[in-house]
Design a protein around this ligand. Structure first.
Ligand code: MD3
Ligand code: FE
Length: 213
């Protein structure tokens, strides 16, 4: 194997116009991603953000990269600094950036260079209600998502919140690249089922790589 991410065996599955599932693409790199993540989390701990409407999110979040996604009473946005520490978000570990770029290329998006990585941690019962990702400047760049640990049911809707979502199981090591027509689709995560995973313990971690700036 010449590189951690050069997985000849990775199967490309078209799941919708512009969306590609790379099953198991991150499995080899996962232990390294978890140790790099531990360093990120030392500098920028997971926290439960509050929505502009005043609800505490069940998903715990942190970020790395030049900008991080934040939510508070003032709204949703990307910010260069972590509001919890007042410091810049930790730099994006090189293996994170490389994995995102290689996965994007595999899905047909050459030259993807993520500047932000939102890290979501789901404990049993945590969920993410249907939403669109609209805080990034340029919707022509895809979003690359990496699932680690416990499996989840991903809800993939349409261009309108009213479109009934498809349910898809995402497992540890799966990467999905969301671009083109899928980039502004409504999506979410159903309430996480309890379990235990050798990589993460009793949780699911999702890394989403974005071009935010
Ligand atoms: C489809 N995260 O962080 S990843 C998010 O598993 C988010 O934590 C979920 O939705 C998670 O915003 C889902 C898959 C994903 C991410 C971004 C998308 C799917 C997407 C953007 C557009 C369309
Ligand atoms: Fe999202």
């Amino acid at each position: 194997m010449d590189s951690l991410f050069d997985d000849e065996a990775a199967a490309r599955e078209a799941i919708a116009e512009g969306a590609t599932l790379l099953r198991g693409f991150a499995t080899e790199a996962a232990p390294r991603l978890m140790s790099d993540l531990a360093k990120v989390v030392e500098a920028a701990p997971f926290r439960h953000m509050v929505t502009p409407g005043g609800f505490r999110m069940s998903v715990a979040m942190t970020n790395c990269g030049q900008a991080g996604w934040v939510s508070d009473a003032k709204g949703y946005r990307y910010d260069a600094d972590d509001p919890m520490t007042g410091l810049a978000w930790p730099a994006m570990p090189v293996p994170f950036r490389q994995l995102a770029a290689v996965a994007a290329k595999e899905a047909g998006y050459e030259g993807f260079d993520a500047d932000a990585c939102l890290i979501n941690r789901y404990e049993p019962g945590a969920r993410l209600t249907l939403h669109q990702d609209r805080n990034e400047r340029d919707y022509s760049a895809p979003i690359v998502s990496v699932s680690l640990g416990l499996p989840a049911v991903f809800l993939f809707g349409g261009a309108s919140r009213k479109d009934r979502p498809r349910r898809m199981r995402l497992e540890s090591g799966d990467i999905v690249v969301w671009g083109g027509a899928a980039r502004l689709a409504y999506h979410g995560i159903a309430s996480l089922k309890d379990g235990e995973h050798p990589l993460t313990g009793r949780c699911r971690i999702n890394l989403t790589f974005r071009k935010a700036l």
